[in-house]
Design a protein around this ligand. Structure first.
Ligand code: FES
Length: 124
Protein backbone atom coordinates (compact mmCIF):
# COMPACT_ATOMS: atom_id res chain seq x y z
CA UNK A 1 0.00 0.00 0.00
CA UNK A 2 3.00 2.31 0.40
CA UNK A 3 5.02 3.84 -2.42
CA UNK A 4 8.58 2.67 -2.87
CA UNK A 5 9.77 6.05 -1.67
CA UNK A 6 7.88 5.65 1.62
CA UNK A 7 9.31 2.17 2.19
CA UNK A 8 12.82 3.28 1.31
CA UNK A 9 12.60 6.33 3.61
CA UNK A 10 11.04 4.29 6.40
CA UNK A 11 13.89 1.76 6.23
CA UNK A 12 16.60 4.44 6.07
CA UNK A 13 15.20 7.54 7.73
CA UNK A 14 17.34 10.64 7.92
CA UNK A 15 17.64 13.12 10.80
CA UNK A 16 16.64 10.69 13.53
CA UNK A 17 17.22 11.81 17.12
CA UNK A 18 17.49 15.15 18.82
CA UNK A 19 19.46 18.18 17.69
CA UNK A 20 22.26 18.98 20.10
CA UNK A 21 21.69 22.45 21.57
CA UNK A 22 18.28 22.72 19.98
CA UNK A 23 16.45 26.00 20.52
CA UNK A 24 13.05 24.90 19.25
CA UNK A 25 10.99 21.86 20.09
CA UNK A 26 7.57 20.76 18.95
CA UNK A 27 5.67 17.67 19.99
CA UNK A 28 2.37 16.70 18.45
CA UNK A 29 0.18 13.64 18.55
CA UNK A 30 -2.81 12.18 16.85
CA UNK A 31 -5.48 11.13 19.31
CA UNK A 32 -7.07 8.51 17.10
CA UNK A 33 -3.97 6.44 16.31
CA UNK A 34 -1.91 7.47 19.34
CA UNK A 35 1.21 8.26 17.29
CA UNK A 36 3.54 10.98 18.56
CA UNK A 37 6.08 13.08 16.68
CA UNK A 38 8.73 15.35 18.16
CA UNK A 39 10.87 17.72 16.12
CA UNK A 40 13.84 19.66 17.45
CA UNK A 41 15.49 22.51 15.56
CA UNK A 42 18.56 24.66 15.79
CA UNK A 43 17.65 28.08 14.44
CA UNK A 44 20.32 30.72 13.90
CA UNK A 45 19.77 34.11 12.27
CA UNK A 46 16.30 32.99 11.25
CA UNK A 47 17.65 29.98 9.36
CA UNK A 48 17.04 26.36 10.31
CA UNK A 49 20.55 24.99 10.66
CA UNK A 50 19.55 21.53 11.80
CA UNK A 51 16.40 19.48 12.35
CA UNK A 52 15.86 16.05 13.82
CA UNK A 53 12.90 13.97 14.84
CA UNK A 54 11.77 11.28 17.20
CA UNK A 55 8.60 9.60 16.09
CA UNK A 56 6.71 6.87 17.85
CA UNK A 57 4.42 5.96 15.06
CA UNK A 58 3.68 4.15 11.85
CA UNK A 59 5.88 3.82 8.77
CA UNK A 60 4.16 6.77 7.09
CA UNK A 61 4.75 8.99 10.13
CA UNK A 62 8.44 8.07 10.23
CA UNK A 63 8.86 8.61 6.48
CA UNK A 64 6.98 11.94 6.75
CA UNK A 65 9.24 13.08 9.59
CA UNK A 66 12.34 12.19 7.62
CA UNK A 67 11.40 14.09 4.46
CA UNK A 68 9.91 17.03 6.37
CA UNK A 69 13.07 17.58 8.43
CA UNK A 70 15.13 17.23 5.25
CA UNK A 71 12.97 19.83 3.53
CA UNK A 72 13.37 22.49 6.23
CA UNK A 73 17.11 22.28 6.84
CA UNK A 74 18.65 25.40 5.31
CA UNK A 75 15.32 27.18 4.99
CA UNK A 76 14.27 30.33 6.76
CA UNK A 77 11.66 30.09 9.48
CA UNK A 78 9.11 31.74 7.18
CA UNK A 79 9.84 29.29 4.35
CA UNK A 80 9.51 26.35 6.74
CA UNK A 81 6.12 27.62 7.87
CA UNK A 82 4.96 27.48 4.26
CA UNK A 83 5.63 23.75 3.96
CA UNK A 84 2.34 21.92 3.91
CA UNK A 85 1.52 18.28 4.42
CA UNK A 86 0.77 17.96 0.71
CA UNK A 87 4.40 18.85 -0.01
CA UNK A 88 5.42 15.99 2.26
CA UNK A 89 2.98 13.64 0.52
CA UNK A 90 4.30 14.71 -2.86
CA UNK A 91 7.91 14.08 -1.83
CA UNK A 92 6.86 10.65 -0.62
CA UNK A 93 5.23 9.97 -3.99
CA UNK A 94 1.85 9.62 -2.37
CA UNK A 95 0.29 8.20 0.76
CA UNK A 96 -2.84 6.08 1.10
CA UNK A 97 -5.90 8.17 2.11
CA UNK A 98 -6.01 6.72 5.61
CA UNK A 99 -2.36 7.75 6.09
CA UNK A 100 -2.63 11.38 5.07
CA UNK A 101 -2.93 12.42 8.71
CA UNK A 102 0.60 11.08 9.29
CA UNK A 103 1.95 13.80 6.98
CA UNK A 104 -0.22 16.37 8.76
CA UNK A 105 1.63 15.50 11.97
CA UNK A 106 4.90 16.56 10.32
CA UNK A 107 3.47 19.92 9.26
CA UNK A 108 2.07 20.46 12.75
CA UNK A 109 5.29 19.48 14.50
CA UNK A 110 7.27 22.01 12.44
CA UNK A 111 4.76 24.75 13.24
CA UNK A 112 4.74 23.82 16.91
CA UNK A 113 8.56 23.93 17.09
CA UNK A 114 8.69 27.35 15.41
CA UNK A 115 6.01 28.65 17.74
CA UNK A 116 8.08 27.40 20.65
CA UNK A 117 11.16 29.17 19.27
CA UNK A 118 9.27 32.42 18.82
CA UNK A 119 7.83 32.24 22.32
CA UNK A 120 11.31 31.83 23.77
CA UNK A 121 12.70 34.64 21.66
CA UNK A 122 10.34 37.41 22.56
CA UNK A 123 7.75 36.55 19.93
CA UNK A 124 10.00 37.47 17.01
FE1 FES B 1 -1.33 7.86 12.84
FE2 FES B 1 0.44 7.18 11.02
S1 FES B 1 -1.26 6.00 11.67
S2 FES B 1 0.52 8.86 12.37
Amino acid sequence: MYSEKVMETFKNPKNVGEVENYNAIGTVGNASCGDIMQITLRIEDDVIKDAKFKTFGCAAAIASSSVATDMIIGKTVEEALNIKNKDVVQTLEGLPPQKIHCSVLAEEAIKEAIENYRKNNGGK
